[in-house]
Design a protein. Sequence first.
Length: 297
Amino acid sequence: MNDVFDHRQVRRAFSRAAGSYSAAAELQREIESRLFESLDYLGDTVPADILDLGSGPGTGALELRRRWPKARVLAIDLALPMLRQLSPKRGWNPLQRPIDRVCADARALPLADESIDLIFSNLCLQWVEDLDALFAGFRRVLRPGGLLLVSTFGPDTLHELRAAFAEADEAAHVSPFATIAEFGDALMRAGFRDPVLDRDVDVHRHRDMAGLMRGLRQLGATNALSSRRRALTGRGRFAAAEAAYGQWRDGDGLLPATWEIITAMAWAPAHGQPIREGGEDVARFPASGIPVRRRRG
């Protein structure tokens, strides 16, 4: 099966955007703050090991360390230049552990089984096409009862830009995004319990399409589809897309850009809870939990 995304291009785009990301990431910071509000569901529980997945320049990792100074906070990102924006001792004090940084792919987490209490991921998962495999990896590294707290984009995201380019070019320019139902179903198939999903829609406005595209490049959110046109978008195609986008211009002369935001919270299953895999129910138990009967000599 061919990948929807060219993951080497995803890495390159976010590596190039490392220096400009923080200044351009207004929406990302807003969504991140909403995720932090959901951490109240942990109550008095203090996670010992925390993963900030797709950490970018590390604003989430820093906040997680501020909340739980004695926890081990691990920041993982696909783009090494993003991780370099986060000094491991930034905001450090003697009561806090430094943040560990690892350059790795969310699809193959280099972590031991049941080694994490909380996975926090803000706007990273939309770059992964196989949600079943992704969530199976999350389930593997989470301890039973561990919390998964994530956000992603839904299919209404940038629908104006998608439609405008569709009138000008046969090649795709905007990524496909999973629906909230598809996201929730994948969580259930992976065995996560008590999932709670929310959907919000934000609309940002821009003077012109060029300004919107420039902002997307600053965030690393460029076209990384495997089926994308490898050559630059010509002036003719861009002008045609820009003209088509004009049908959405509002009374103030601004162009809307819609962002559909899906947030999800779910809990890792206990040992022995059946999980649907390959059409069968599979239950797993730790080897240490299997009683051993010794024969008497």
